[in-house]
Design a protein around this ligand. Structure first.
Ligand code: SF4
Ligand code: SF4
Length: 330
């Protein structure tokens, strides 16, 4: 396995050391986010702010964009790249589409889409597939149920080899489904191909606690890789910066930690600047946290500026905001 960025050092050891510190900060660019310009800028910014772990869409273009951004920050000797794959209908790897026959062009979906993925077509709205991360916020506000999620069938044996060749350090497997056979089939394909760190992103929406723990144990027993869990409170529910929004992320991590499956547990799904404080109040021995929606939202106005990487003052302003968030893990 060719790894980025260390030629002769096992990246797994560096990731473990980061997780063991309890201060791991993982930036989620969005498993479905294929907007390479945004990925590059986000990685440049958060790497400069002290983040070392980057979670990306499983495409060579996304990995290259992230590396370019990390290189811009000058931190390429210190960062890890993770790509996200998932079971067929997991929302993290889904997209949304609008049925133009049903759309009454009210604009509500466009207003709530923080990815700015929705624009006006002739008589309805349309969704830009590359920008959409499948969060479903548009579905919730559509008055005529014109929006639905869809997932494409992904063959791990096709998409993983070029990514592994490109140089990745971790694969994250999203498993929001109650189909155990599908989960284990995908797991078997991933573990056959990849010998780096594996992360399982799991939530309780389709499973009770007992099944969730049973599944994680089965996955752990079926692999030789270093195994971490990303405990998801409520997938892609972040955005607000309050304790209630992040409560489920902390609760999900607590359940996984109590089961003693792996010492490496990070929180996600509704994470924000309050998450680590709440976890510490609850005495949770977590390895850190992963933040997507909230981390992207607080710097969005800067990232969207086309001069973002050229205008030093602009970059500095966004950097101060990003640093404040990353430092909640310290
Ligand atoms: S609101 Fe979310 S799901 Fe809807 S178009 Fe925007 S990114 Fe996609
Ligand atoms: S919310 Fe629904 S009806 Fe309104 S513009 Fe969007 S898709 Fe069309």
């Amino acid at each position: 396995m060719k790894s980025f960025p260390w030629e002769n050092v096992m990246p797994s050891e560096k990731i473990i050391s980061y997780l063991n510190s309890g201060k791991c900060f993982k930036l989620i660019c969005g498993a479905g986010n294929q907007n390479t310009d945004e990925i590059m800028k986000l990685c440049a910014l958060y790497a400069a702010a002290g983040c070392k772990f980057f979670d990306l869409n499983a495409s060579v273009d996304a990995v290259r964009a992230a590396k370019e951004g990390i290189k811009f920050s000058g931190k390429e000797d210190d960062c890890f790249i993770c790509v996200s794959v998932g079971t067929k209908n997991d929302p993290h790897i889904s997209k949304c589409k609008i049925d133009s026959e049903k759309c009454v062009s009210c604009g509500s979906c466009e207003d709530v889409c923080i990815q700015k993925a929705i624009s006006t077509d002739v008589s309805s709205r349309i969704i830009n597939e590359e920008k959409c991360i499948g969060c479903g916020k548009c579905i919730d506000v559509c008055p005529v149920q014109a929006i639905e999620r869809y997932s494409k069938e992904i063959s791990f044996s096709e998409i993983l080899p070029p990514l592994i060749k490109e140089g990745i350090d971790c694969i994250e497997y999203h498993t929001i489904t109650d189909n155990e056979d599908e989960v284990m089939r995908g797991w078997s394909e991933i573990t056959k191909q990849f010998d780096g760190v594996l992360s399982v992103c799991i939530d309780r929406s389709k499973l009770g606690n007992e099944r969730l723990i049973g599944r994680l144990n089965a996955m752990k027993n079926a692999c030789q890789n270093i195994f971490m869990v990303q405990a998801d409170g409520a997938p892609m529910s972040g955005g607000s910066d309050d304790y209630r929004t992040t409560l489920q992320a902390v609760a999900a991590a607590d359940i996984v930690l109590k089961a003693n499956i792996t010492p490496y547990v990070i929180m996600s799904g509704g994470t924000n600047s309050k998450t680590m404080a709440l976890a510490r109040q609850c005495d949770l021995n977590v390895s850190g946290l992963a933040i997507g929606s909230y981390a992207r939202k607080i710097v969005k106005e800067y990232i969207d500026n086309e001069n973002f990487l050229r205008d030093k003052a602009l970059f500095e302003k966004a950097l101060n905001i990003a640093k404040e968030l990353v430092n909640t893990c310290k």
